[in-house]
Design a protein around this ligand. Sequence first.
Ligand code: COA
Ligand code: AMP
Length: 629
Amino acid sequence: MSYQEEYRNYLADPGEFWQSKSDLIQWFKKPTKALTKDENGFYRWYADGKLNTAYLALDYHLEQGRGDALALIYDSPVTGVKKKITYRELTEKVAKFAGALKKLGLAKGDTAVIYLPMIEETIVSMLACARLGVIHSVVFGGFAPPELAARINHAKPKVIVTASCGIEFSRVIAYKPLVDEALELSGHEVEKVIVKKREQLTDFVTNPTRDLDFDALVESSEPTGWVEVEGTHPLYILYTSGTTGKPKGVVRDNGGHAVALKYSMKTVYNAKAGDVFWSASDVGWVVGHSYIVYAPLLQGCTTIIFEGKPVKTPDAGTFWRVMSEHKVKLFFTAPTAFRAIKKEDPEGELSKKYDLSSLKHVFLAGERLDPPTYHWLKNLLKIDIIDNWWQTETGWPIVANPVGLEKFPVKIGSSTFPVPGYDVKIVDEEGVEVPDGTSGYIVLKLPLPPGSFPTLWQDNERFKENYLAFKEGYYLAGDGGYKDADGYVFIMGRVDDVINVSGHRLSTGEIEEIIGSHPSVAECAVIGLHDDIKGQVPLSLSVIKDGYTISSEKLEIELIDLVRSRLGAVASFKKNILVKRLPKTRSGKILRKSIRLISQKEDFSVPSTIDDPAILTEIRDAFKERGVT
Ligand code: COA
Ligand code: AMP
């Protein structure tokens, strides 16, 4: 079927379209009606269907005679370990860990937080939760204890699964003390903390009544079967940054998620059972949830869990080495990873050491695919380089070149066309559709497809206010962009206070809250500053309180420490500029957009609402002095 036909079928009747796609998975009870509304008036998918996601990702393949196929390859340049795990072995591991969780009293509807590095136990823990209908919430290992505490307080887990340590390049990062600190900060009591003791760090403080050893627990447990759950039963909560300090708990349902990911594996990625599909991301992010864990396993592919970095583990050839050694067919990462490789190996010489003939497509997402990175990769690999645009909220691509249906010519800077399931419109501030070629806010017509979030965890009001209030019947994506006359969609970046640092989504509002808590700081404004490798990095402008004296160097060091300890090193916050005052409107609103424009060296026009235009010149001078412009 052509893309046009498929897309027309979707537009004609989304409910009917997705009812027919429900056949992509094996239900215990097939849903009778794909699209319904719940008691809050929110759209829901496959409400009366019964399934189990872990069964679909594991046991189902055994039933199909694929037990000996490889499910997982663990490749860890930071520890020197490589391991191959079949579907049968992974099923056994998951069934046993699920048995362990069951023995601890976890049951359908309970929650569990997973704070683990990129190791096999992370996937096992997620799937074991799914097997029992326990809702997991994976927290990215780069987040500091207060961030972990905020997620624990909100998700209220019965257990936390963690490891003694993670490894960043050659640095061992103790995870267990971070969990202990987070639990101390949090008001929530967990029943058990299950710790995977890694040989790189065996010595850590244990709470004898609360902490359990992962391996010993598994050893003493019996395997358990799966629990049937409703299509709308939550599979996981994944917290993402909004515009405030309070993270948003994106909910993912079991039924819609399984159908949508299966659909995307064919339509967007053209992946078949047996293909080696590698996403070089982190399981803590949505790319990791969808395309390291669930989608490849649902499709019967081999997935790779890679514990390393694009560079320095041991060199900028590590991606090529993994692709060649494991015969990767489909590869997914964020553009920032290739920018880091390009910086160390500008001509891509290291790629020539490896046989990359298995590689068919490279997919990039998480941030804008900048043209220099596109050209570099295209010239080097001479295969399709495919951009796709999506978000934690949607869980799978919104705009993509649907290579599994029909491959379209690439227009650089565009992620190509809306994927069937997404009706993408570009509107102005009043919500009125704009003509082709005109930039505006991107909105998606409701219902969002299966797999996209039905709401925020225990926060229906915030869901409505943040996403649905802008335009009746539409979801506000938070990105700006335009469509050209051929219907290609171009994403131009966030229209809110969210920034993208190395493909990691961060809230400038949250960083402002942290900086504002420093005793000397009266007020501050944080913007995303262009960075050649990371895409953006946060930059803060701060004003100190009257009567306080602190040198700008000392303040900067203290603020860097504060952001690292409260949010995490992953924020890559390195620069604070001391200014006398911030540009504001007459009603006192900080003019962040003007600050952004100055940092981009753009000729800034003076907004008519500004209180004192002279401040913009002061900011420009302060930027010049620090080498920002
Ligand atoms: N646990 C603990 N700390 C972590 C961490 C984790 N899982 N991930 C990152 N950090 C720390 C890093 O060690 C670093 O600390 P430092 O400031 O003390 O050196 C800091 O957070 C910033 O990390 P990062 O943004 O990864 O920068 P980097 O300079 O270490 O590496 C890249 C740069 C480009 C190699 C790296 O960002 C990368 O691999 N990017 C790919 C992005 C990606 O996969 N994004 C997922 C979204 S699709
Ligand atoms: P996250 O929820 O962490 O996946 O971040 C989603 C945000 O990343 C989007 O709202 C965009 O701002 C940005 N993003 C993701 N993919 C792309 C892309 N292909 N092009 C441009 N921006 C992207």
